[in-house]
Design a protein around this ligand. Sequence first.
Ligand code: NAI
Ligand code: 15L
Length: 270
Amino acid sequence: MADGKCERLLLTGAAGGLGRMLRETLKPMARILRLSDIQGLGEAQDGEEVVPCDLSDRQAVSELVRGCDAIVHMGGVSVERPFEEILEANIKGIFNVYEAAREHGARRVIFASSNHAIGFYKQTDHLDASMPTRPDGYYGLSKVYGEAMASFYHDRYGIETLSIRIGSCFPEPKDRRMMHIWLSARDLTELIRRGLFTPNIGHTIVFGMSNNKEVWWDNRMAAHLGFQPQDTSEIYRDKIEQQPMPAADAPVATYQGGVFTAQGPFAPAK
Ligand code: NAI
Ligand code: 15L
């Protein structure tokens, strides 16, 4: 990873909402950007390789990671779903990614963790990355597992990871809850850049949020990244405050994870 560029950077989940954006913004960070997803990605453009892959397929993931010096792992189920779906894409998926990184010598992973790893904290709680996780569903549990994989593969094999507990990364915050945890595309891209090129990050956990006015999270434990978010949800406040106020005891107004805390239980798969 000389002169601030990876030789070959793998982006999983490249067909997803964030992946489509990162397909453009990660390009300057790599000589070759290898794009992967279970869904279609179109033709490879200049400086790209397209390698379709199901993350739950260990052999396919091993081939996918071969030749990559770093991995931005965005792929997987991104909402609350029955355990069986989360198990395949997220839990087996991240095991396969780290095993392949170990096997082929990839040294850095950026892991798209989520606020749902800590979603059962109340909106009145203030957290830093040393506080225990409080997952709000099977999806949140898979992100806790991913962070634990990152910790283990660093301690055992020296692979370094930035786990970004992404808040809500959409073009704009959609409701009052997201005003606290919104992350702009520009700030996510910069966090990934810091995660790829800051020396000696070990396993660092950072809360993925922009420079919002009223926040629940404290990122001082990730100060070595030198990340200074450029955007703020504040510019959307007038628009968001025109929305009706949710009931005070509604999950979206009570818990950091919002409605995810009230999804399920799911019927067993037939
Ligand atoms: P998304 O659902 O739009 O994209 C995820 C991609 O993963 C999809 O293109 C999907 O086809 C792919 N995928 C699913 N199962 C797969 C499998 N078995 N094999 C290969 N690919 C598979 O999600 P989005 O919003 O782009 O999020 C990207 C990542 O960031 C996800 O890991 C999500 O959990 C995480 N995240 C996103 C947040 C947001 O606000 N957008 C907030 C917190 C975390
Ligand atoms: C997530 O983890 C999801 O992937 C995303 O779709 C949003 O729901 C986000 O969290 C959120 O909590 O707003």
